[in-house]
Ligand binder design. Sequence first.
Ligand code: PEP
Ligand code: MG
Length: 865
Amino acid sequence: MRATEPRRRLVLLSPLAGWSTPLDEIPDPVFAGRMLGDGLAVDPTGATLHAPCDGQIIALPESRHAVTLRSDFGAEILMHVGIDTVGLAGEGFEAHVSLGRRVAAGDPLVTFDLDLIARRAKSLLTPVLVMEGCGLTVLRSSVGREVAAGEFLMEVAPLERAGVPEGPGEEGSGATVEVRRVRVALEHGIHARPAAQIVSALRSLAGQVELAVEGRTANARSTVALMKLGARKGDDIRVRAAGRDAGRAIDAVAAVLTGAHENAVSSARAVPRPPGAGLAATSQLLTAVTSTAVEVRAGAALPGVIASRGLAVGQAVRLRAREIEVTEAGAGVSHESLQLERARAQVRSRLESALSSASGTAREIVEAHLQLLEDPELTEKSLTLISDGASAAYAWRRTIRGSIEALRALGDPRMAERADDLLDLEGQMLLAMSGHPGAAIQLPADAILLAEELLPSQLVGLDAARLAGICLAAGGATSHVSILAAAMGIPALVAVGPGLRQILDGTALLLDADAGLRHVDPGAERLAATRRQLELRAARRAAEREAAQRDCCTADGTRIEVFANVGSLADAHAAVRNGAEGCGLLRTEFLFLERETPPSEAEQHAEYQRLAETLAGKPLTIRTLDVGGDKPIPYLPMPAEENPSLGLRGVRTSLWRPDLLRQQLRAILRVRPRGQCRILLPMITDVAEIRSVRSMAQEACAGIGRQEPIALGVMIETPASALMADALAAEADFFSIGTNDLTQYTLAMDRGHPELAARLDALHPAVLRLIARTAEAAHARGRGVAVCGGLASDPAAAPILIGLGVHELSAVPAVIPRLKALIRRLSLADCAGLARQALEQSSAEAVRALALPLAPRESEPDSVG
Ligand code: PEP
Ligand code: MG
């Protein structure tokens, strides 16, 4: 057991097994009123109190019913076994430590007689508090669930007191206060994106930061509060920060306000919502409705704003949004707070799991929702309403709607995007609280969806295979749902106005989202021509799908294996359907996220076995757990990290928790037939990591009586591993290049950074040079080299990767047929020539231009033959 104390945050492990409960439930006003400090209580099922972190015992009364420990960074933690237990005068308590003693997290401190205390004390509830006065606050906690001793209980961080004097200087307890005036240089003031940038820039810095303008103030850690500040270009903002990081915090805020991160998206593309498209028109549950609308003139071609290009022919399906009903009155403060926290945990874990497989736009949207979910202003306001007697659902809705109204009142169309996110989050939370996620909508084939508005989570919930197009009365081209539609390849028009309501359900529609027109009942001839065009494209895709089942060679006979990336059983089925020759990357995170305890060895084994069977004997490459500080899981408390992607990630996490790794290795090694699985290690940087895992795998083999060796490969996804590929090739059985991380670490650009997304191109020559070096080192040792990062799913990259010596591509299942068709038309000599030239280019754009003749875009008629 290990607790960690980073410089500014402290993770406390549960000192007891039991049920963690809000302090409000304690039948004692001193604890419930937080007069002694903040924290939570554990309703114990275990009878030994353990140290929640490393530290020194600074108080242990003779009655031994309470222990206070001072952590190494000064936090004082009080654990008080039961309520009114001082009166027991030590009866039933046995201390294992003495005053002044140093203890490590997990050390037993006091054992007590649970039955005796249950009978004689007022309550068994055991407060675990960070003492008032040490300037700490609880950042997050595991309140409302069962905890084992040693599991994550809460994380605390410095809280700066309100009312500190203005101007630079030191406060009594050593907290620095700084105030600076900064002029907003951002063209559009503090809108959604800069607000989000400020919040994320401050995430790793401690202390209270506040922005003030014209008498209005905002907590700089709340996106919502910052947006509501309504600060415009030229405004003089007073930025005030208190705490050890005050100076850095002000620098970070100033960098955003002065335009260092100026949003590149032009506001000209934002489409103001039509009058009347307010809250009443939007809501949470979508239902298909039978239209009572009046038919519009046949043949009418009505304009709209292009949100996602493309062509679609289909029938109109009207969807209407229905409000989720909530009752205003709550059933008690603790019940409703718990409801809110549970719903939040559920939505958070759903979003986090979506994040693990999302990329690009979808990822940005999920990240925005996650950020809003943790927004302190939303939480505080909801809790205030709950403490005034409201239900959790009512409190959440009222808080969200208040914020939306405030944003819309600013009259800035750019705020509408964040308002939509808020509305989306309202729906997700209310659905979580309602306990039923809402019935899925059955769409007919070739549905062209007509709606007033649509939220991203609603679009994601629809059957994309049946959705031919989208037409919205409101919305903007830059709204998240528009961007998402484009990412999903669904043609979409938005802001088409109230005329949309007049289209009858089932009417034939031609959605020309290239010209920005929707043709209502367009006439037989036009429909037929468009259908022919679409059919040709579909036929080409069908032919590709059929041919996909065959193995794949270049035109001059070089065998290239096309595998699939898999993150669930459904993906494995899709992989087989699309002609994958195996799984080149099983992201096992899906088994570990969204739960309170790690999956057992038996559970993991059953899942891996099922996947192996689904692949019907084809190779299954199982990557060991790749989580870290950016994807926290409750049963794996990690130190807070300033740079999570440079922290405990991938194999580092596994070696930090070898118990979990051993379990996972055994589960993989037990899969039959024995030769089907390979093991892949994420985030390798040196040979020692491979050696450690190999020896653990060997021990595991011996433990389960397995004789057959298993291939152990490494992901090349750090510049270190690419540069050390020759040394790694001596230890590893194969390489798989993770271009997503390799690109982020090579270009020093966060892979989730919205502003950098356009420049984060894995075809950058720097990345290609590392791939070339890796392939060379692999070949010199006779090792296989695959690419399993996103670049393998990009047809434009296939000729270059093959030319660089990559002979296995592991791609998303849907792209496999197209990839195989493309590869069959390539010659190795052409690919090698192209790769040589690509390495000499000076930018990713230049590489892409070079690749075009060998890998034309799909929209070009003869792109895939
Ligand atoms: C990669 O980094 O390219 C990769 C495949 O791993 P992940 O995307 O899961 O980090
Ligand atoms: Mg990776």
